[in-house]
Design a protein around this ligand. Structure first.
Ligand code: ADP
Length: 650
């Protein structure tokens, strides 16, 4: 046998353990749920593996979880005959932050240093699985033998920076976790060596676990005579019986009316490892041509990895109560990855693989129905429980929006669910509400994209819209840029960016009226425009034009109707993506005093250095007001300083 080795936890794990040991006081009992859930996962994994390799099970084919307690030693053990772990897996899973759940937690933790309270909340958000043992234990011993391996390993730690690992004897396959409980001065109902405490905790948190959770229960029995009557005055006999503590009845296969709200919530917590209640519950018992039961939850908080590529579907697939697979991407589209749930169908083969699932027509139909149900539920929430919906939107709106791009079939239903900030006020608006407010003269739905609401509101591009009292959607979410491209119109109204292409806000009568005036201005300004264009050069602007959208500011930059907007360019640059060279049109406001003075100067003196400087400064101004950076802050400042100098010297 190999020698006992002492190893250090990764710093972050130790940070986490310190916090668990020193700051967590409430809900300590969830450690049991976490350990049982790990055991149940380990059994799921083994079961899945055994579907392709039955031999891996050997004689040990009855999947179960056992709980053992010892009042004298003050221990509680959770034992499973699941997949087990090799030495490397133990080190990887329990000593490093490679495991993503904890990784996200630790990242959030380091961003939140010194705020114990906030960190306790964080733990709730992420769940800390195995490590929660240290809330109640002063020492934890784990032994494990991986399926198919003949070696077993013993891991031990006091949560104080290091752990030991050594080879050990263990005939049975699977994992045993033993907690040496801290002495507790607290209530008896926190003494996890007591049968009734264990029983009620299991019932509360793990009743629906699909494997039996067994425990040996000691009973005192009065001896009986031959006729079966208790013998008076006889010493009671101790009898040990193995009892299954959980009902194992899968909640999703029950009728809605049979399930209590609390049961749904506990099941959700088991499924998602989230400590918070779900925001909404969708329970379907589909009958008819397609038979399946589905239980889906919309969480109230986002998981830390919602936007990382590792974030997988939250759906599990069962066939007639048999767990088939986790993260079943075929059941819901990627843009519904926030939904956690279970689908159980008798119409799918037990031996189904991921590859087959992708082509399975039944699964395809179930998916279609589930998507419809989720969208319907959200629509009802938006209609009847606006506040709850806004909460949902603030957490998952960004993800749902992705569907506009990827789910053509449901585009309309998804666009009904959009909530956007707008110039109409502080409240978020749906597109329908926007349309309901549109003045008669307004034909299109207008929007502007960018990082900050304040910058957008002050944007020169909005001037004419403000004047006409046309509302503009303020899209500040980075995904909006490409999401909006998936949504060209809503209810027959085109969506139009106010920073792209020409704006045409005038009625036919107004056009006729202003035609002459515009023509006059165009003539007057044509030479100055040519000069500005020449000064800035082709590298900076595609064109210089008189503006229809400015009323107060002197200039702004506008992208071509089909070009990328400035905010999209910034997003791509920030993500280190290649940005195709694009030039925008500089629009100038002929009614602005500065432009009029510049024109007069040009008409009287022709080309001059000062006008050239002005052209450059105006261009930089346009960049700044749209939220972009000037190319050379230094040159910009020098020009400004020179100008100020001239002003004070004049
Ligand atoms: P989580 O369960 O959220 O992944 P844990 O910290 O509880 O996080 O566990 C870390 C990893 O250790 C698990 O993902 C699993 O791979 C492994 N593990 C924990 N308990 C067991 C067990 N009883 N049997 C097999 N592997 C286990």
């Amino acid at each position: 046998m190999s020698k006992k080795e002492t190893m250090q936890f990764e710093t972050e794990i130790q940070q986490l353990l310190d916090l668990i040991i020193h700051s967590l006081y409430s809900h300590k009992e969830i450690f049991l749920r976490e350990l049982i859930s790990n055991a149940s996962d380990a059994l799921d994994k083994l079961k899945f593996k055994s579907q392709t390799d039955q031999s891996i099970l050997g004689d040990d084919t009855e999947f179960k979880i056992r709980i053992e307690t010892d009042e004298k030693e003050r221990t509680i053990s959770v034992i499973d005959n699941g997949i087990g772990m090799t030495r490397e897996e133990i080190i990887e899973n329990l000593g490093t932050i490679a495991k993503s759940g904890t990784k996200g937690f630790v990242e959030a933790l380091s961003a939140n240093k010194d705020k114990a309270d906030a960190n306790v909340d964080l733990i709730g958000q992420f769940g800390v699985g195995f490590y929660s043992s240290f809330m109640v234990a002063e020492r934890v011993v784990l032994t494990s033998r991986a399926a198919g391996s003949d070696k077993a390993w013993r891991w031990e730690s006091k949560g104080d920076g290091s752990y030991t690992i050594e080879e050990c004897d263990q005939a049975e396959r699977g994992t045993k976790v033993t907690l040496y409980l801290r002495e507790t001065s607290e209530n008896e109902d926190q003494d996890y060596t007591k049968e009734w405490v264990v029983r009620s905790t299991v019932k509360k948190y793990s009743d629906f676990v699909t494997y039996p959770i067994e425990m040996d229960i000691e009973r005192q029995e009065i001896p009986k005579d031959d006729e079966g009557k208790p013998i008076e005055g006889a010493e009671p006999i101790k009898k040990i019986e193995t009892e299954t503590l959980n009902s194992m009845k899968p909640l999703w296969n029950k009728r809605k009316s049979e399930v209590k709200d609390e049961e749904y919530k506990e099941f959700y917590k088991h499924l998602s490892h989230d400590w918070n209640d779900p925001l909404d519950i969708i329970h379907l018992n589909a009958e008819g041509i397609l038979e399946y039961n589905a239980l889906m939850f919309i969480p109230s908080q986002a998981p830390f990895d919602l936007f990382t590529p590792e974030n997988k579907s939250g759906m599990q697939l069962y066939v007639r109560n048999v767990f088939i697979m986790d993260n079943c991407e075929e059941l819901l589209p990627v843009y519904m990855r926030f939904v956690k749930g279970v689908v159980d169908s008798a119409d799918i083969s037990l031996n189904v693989s991921r590859e087959i699932l992708q082509q399975d027509r039944i699964v395809g139909k179930i998916k279609k129905n589930l998507v419809k149900k989720v969208l319907e539920r959200l629509a009802a929430m938006l209609k009847d429980e606006r506040e709850t919906y806004e909460k949902f939107w603030s957490v998952f709106g960004q993800v749902l929006k992705e569907g506009l791009h990827s789910d053509f079939e449901n585009r309309e239903a998804i666009s009904d669910l959009l909530l956007c900030p707008s110039t109409a006020g502080d409240e978020l608006t749906t597109l329908q509400e926007y349309i309901d407010r549109m003045p008669e003269a307004q034909k299109e739905i207008y929007y502007i994209t960018g990082e900050e609401r304040d910058v957008l509101i002050a944007s020169p591009h909005l001037e004419v819209f403000k004047e006409k009292n046309f509302e503009v959607l303020l899209l500040t979410d980075p995904v909006d840029e490409w999401v909006i491209q998936g949504l060209n119109e809503y209810k027959g109204k085109k969506l139009k960016s106010v920073v792209k292409g020409d704006v045409d806000l005038q009625s036919e009568d107004e056009k006729k009226e202003s035609e002459e005036q515009e023509k006059k201005l165009a003539d007057e300004f044509s030479e100055l425009i040519k000069f500005i264009k020449k000064s800035l050069g082709d590298a900076k602007v595609a064109d210089v034009k008189l503006s229809q959208r400015l009323t107060g500011s002197p200039v702004c930059l506008v992208a071509g109707e089909h070009d990328m907007s400035a905010s999209m360019e910034r997003i791509l640059k920030a993500a280190n993506q290649p940005v195709p060279p694009s030039k925008r049109v500089l629009e100038i406001n002929a009614n602005h005093e500065l432009l009029q003075k510049m024109r007069e100067l040009y008409d009287s003196k022709g080309e001059s250095d000062i006008l050239k400087e002005f052209a450059e400064l105006l261009y930089d101004q346009a960049l700044l007001t749209e939220g972009s950076k000037v190319v050379s802050p230094e040159t910009f400042c020098n020009r400004l300083t020179n100008l100020m100098l001239k002003a004070v010297s004049a």
